[in-house]
Design a protein around this ligand. Structure first.
Ligand SMILES: [Zn+2]
Ligand SMILES: [Zn+2]
Length: 363
């Protein structure tokens, strides 16, 4: 057990507190990773706001990269101290029905993250949120959650791969299962939405229409591959989208966690199209839709958690695309902060203009 600095949530909707917490040594099948960079995702903020519930105190943060500093027993021989890795929340047992079918992000083996490796200095349980707890100098995670990456890949770039990039690209390429020539609408042009746009481009979409409230984000969306942009401030933006496409879209990717946006999403669809559910509203928000209209048009909803990515298979191709210049990653990072600035970084993310804010650990 060692003492590390972490940003701890003691009360929902209150600032995180930088303090020392205790971290267990890695148990069987686990690795310890010293974090070099961790990005702020909207899910971290929703947790901090109490929108997803959960035990307190807690350490959030799940979009991270660093280097392995210790290894538990029984860890695969491919991992060694010093290896650079992405750290994700995708913890998978490898032997449940979801894992057997390749859906690692919906692994069905229950786990209690309040019994994880974190404790207060007084020995009380600290929730290792999302199996990561990466707003901290170090994490101890299951070996299923890490992916080896080249040592020369920037850790800031690597951190955003660990959630925002795989969630967005995977939503288009894997969850929506786009075919070349299909038309796509991406609602929300933030960190995940921009990657859904990149994924649609890689998948060979014909038109990619970005929809967002902020004009500057629509401009950025074009830089990431959107062919068209429509302001969500319009009374009925789906009418503008249908005018552009000549019909509805084959896939509508909702990348914002707002229930009213889900209410409207089917309006953008073509017959047989699907709404892909990426953004996660708070747990008390509900949506409504017309089962008659959707069933009659052969439409549906598809859930997409972490882009349905098989991380050890798919993060290497994400890195290849980046190295080949076919996937923008550096441009996703709009701010770099220290751990003791995390509350300012969260406030900046809530302001809506940021793409990804990343906490950098300079040592
Ligand atoms: Zn995330
Ligand atoms: Zn499993």
């Amino acid at each position: 057990m060692q003492s590390i600095k972490a940003a701890v949530c003691h009360a929902f909707n209150a600032p995180l507190v930088i303090e020392d917490v205790l971290l267990d040594a890695p148990a069987a099948g686990q690795v310890e990773v010293e974090i070099d960079a961790v990005a702020i995702c909207h899910s971290d903020i929703s947790y901090q706001q109490g929108g997803f519930g959960g035990h307190l105190p807690a350490v959030y943060g799940h979009e991270a990269a660093g280097r392995i500093t210790a290894i538990g027993t029984g860890v695969a021989a491919e991992y060694a101290v010093g290896d650079s890795v992405c750290v994700t929340l995708v913890r998978s047992c490898g032997h449940c029905p979801s894992c057997y079918s390749g859906h690692l992000s919906t692994c069905e083996t229950p786990r209690d993250n309040t019994m994880g490796p974190l404790k207060t200095k007084d020995g009380d349980a600290v929730l290792q949120a999302m199996s990561c707890g990466a707003f901290a100098e170090k994490v101890v995670v299951d070996q299923s959650q890490i992916v080896k990456i080249p040592a020369d890949l920037g850790k800031d770039v690597a951190s955003v791969i660990s959630c925002g990039v795989i969630t967005g690209v995977g939503a288009s390429v894997l969850a929506a299962n786009l075919r070349v020539g299909q038309d796509v609408v991406v609602i929300g042009a933030g960190g995940v939405g921009l990657n859904a746009i990149q994924g649609a481009r890689i998948a060979g979409a014909r038109r990619i229409v970005a929809v967002d409230l902020m004009d500057e984000k629509l401009e950025i969306a074009r830089e990431f591959g959107a062919t068209d942009a429509v302001s969500a401030k319009a009374a009925k933006p789906w009418r503008e989208v249908k005018a552009i496409l000549g019909r509805g879209a084959d896939a509508v990717l909702v990348t914002v966690g707002v229930a009213q946006v889900y209410d409207q999403a089917p309006r953008y669809l073509a017959p047989s199209g699907n709404v892909v559910m990426v953004g996660m509203p708070h747990g008390d928000q509900l949506t409504t839709f017309s089962p008659l209209n959707m069933a009659d048009a052969g439409q549906g909803f598809i859930g997409s958690k972490m882009g349905n990515m098989v991380i050890k298979r798919d993060i290497p191709w994400i890195i290849d695309l980046y190295k080949q210049g076919r996937l923008k990653l550096d441009e996703l990072i709009s701010g770099r902060w220290r751990l003791d600035q995390i509350n300012e970084a969260i406030a900046d993310t809530l302001g809506g203009a940021a793409k990804r804010n990343v906490i950098i650990f300079d040592r």
